[in-house]
Design a protein around this ligand. Structure first.
Ligand code: SF4
Length: 285
C-alpha cells in the first residue's frame, strides 16, 4: 500500500497557538479554568485539556461569577464578552488572530455598509463575527438564502454591501455566492475574501491529492467545518473518500494492499491521530 499524507495536513497555526496557550494557562493558574464551548472541534484535544483541569461549558449562563474563562479559537459573540464583564469573569481571549481581524473589519465598516458573512449559519465563528457587524448584517450559507438577504438589504438604509467570509469556508462556493449577490442584488459590493490562507492551501492540496489516489481519508472531528469542506472537495475527484475521526472508524472501511491512499487532516486534528492511522494501515496492508 502506498500512503501519501498531505503537506498541509493537521493543526493550523491558529489552532496550535490556542491549544498551547490554553495548556499554559491551565498549568500556570491555581484557580479553576473554564472554557466556553469546544476549544477546537476535536474530542481528543478537548479531553486532553480537560484532564489537565479545564472545565468546558456550553453557555455563559452555566459559568459562575468571578472565575477565569478561555474563549475558543473560533471566538464568541459580543454579547458573551459583555456578559462576562458583568459577571466579573476574567477572560483569556484565545480567538485566532485571523478571526479577530474580521471582527475588527466589520466593526469599522458597519456604519457605511450592509455586512454579509458568507459561511455556515450556525457556526460560532460566523455568529461571533455577525455580533460585531450590527443589525444590518446577514450570514449567507446557500443560494436559497439570497432572497431573504435581498429583502433584508432592501429594507435597510444601506446602499452598499461589504462581503467577508468564514475563515474555513469553501473557496469555490464563496466565489459562486459572491457572484450571485452581484447578479441578483446589487453591483455596489466590496468583496473581502477572508478565507484563511491555511484553509485555502489545504483545500487546494486536497483537490490535487484526491486526483492521484484510489482512496482519500479525511481526518477530523465530525462537527469540524473545515474538515467537512475537505470531504466535499475530495469527493469531486475521488468518490472513495472517507471522513473519519480516528483509527477506530477506519477499521470499518475495506482497503486493499494495492491501494494508493491519500490522507488529509483538518485544522484541529492532532498529529498523533494521523500517526495512529498510518501505523494501522502499514501493519494491516
Ligand atoms: S484555519 Fe485559519 S483562521 Fe481558523 S484557526 Fe486556523 S489559522 Fe485561524
Amino acid at each position: 500500500m502506498e500512503i501519501i499524507v498531505g503537506k498541509t495536513s493537521g493543526f493550523c497555526n491558529g489552532v496550535r497557538n490556542t491549544i498551547q496557550k490554553a495548556a499554559e494557562i491551565i498549568d500556570r493558574e491555581e484557580d479553576k479554568i473554564y472554557c466556553l464551548g469546544q476549544i477546537v472541534h476535536n474530542e481528543r484535544v478537548i479531553q486532553s485539556l480537560e484532564k489537565k483541569g479545564m472545565i468546558t461549558k456550553n453557555e455563559i449562563n452555566e459559568i459562575p461569577k468571578n472565575v477565569k474563562v478561555i474563549i475558543r479559537a473560533h471566538g464568541e459573540e459580543k454579547e458573551v464578552f459583555d456578559e462576562a464583564t458583568k459577571k466579573n469573569i476574567e477572560v483569556y481571549d484565545l480567538t485566532c488572530g485571523k478571526v479577530k481581524a474580521i471582527r475588527i473589519k466589520v466593526s469599522k465598516k458597519k456604519d457605511d455598509y450592509f455586512i454579509v458573512i458568507i459561511g455556515k449559519k450556525n457556526h460560532p465563528e460566523t455568529r461571533g463575527v455577525q455580533s460585531f457587524a450590527g443589525k444590518d448584517s446577514f450570514i449567507l450559507e446557500n443560494e436559497e438564502d439570497i432572497k431573504e438577504l435581498k429583502d433584508k438589504f432592501m429594507n435597510s438604509s444601506k446602499k452598499e454591501i461589504y462581503i467577508v467570509s468564514q475563515t474555513t469556508f469553501n473557496n469555490q462556493k464563496f466565489d459562486v455566492l459572491a457572484n450571485k449577490i452581484k447578479e441578483q442584488i446589487t453591483n455596489n459590493i466590496v468583496i473581502d475574501k477572508t478565507i484563511c490562507d491555511a484553509t485555502e492551501k489545504r483545500q487546494n492540496e486536497t483537490e490535487e491529492l484526491s486526483k492521484k489516489v484510489d482512496k482519500m481519508i479525511i481526518v477530523g472531528g465530525k462537527n469540524s467545518s473545515n474538515t467537512k469542506e475537505l470531504e466535499v472537495v475530495s469527493k469531486k475527484n475521488c468518490k472513495n473518500t472517507y471522513l473519519i475521526q480516528d483509527v477506530n472508524d477506519l477499521k470499518e472501511i475495506k482497503m486493499n494492499s494495492k491501494d494508493k491512499i491519500g490522507i488529509m487532516a483538518g485544522a484541529s486534528t492532532p498529529e498523533i491521530v494521523v500517526e495512529e492511522i498510518i501505523s494501522y494501515l502499514e501493519e494491516k496492508y
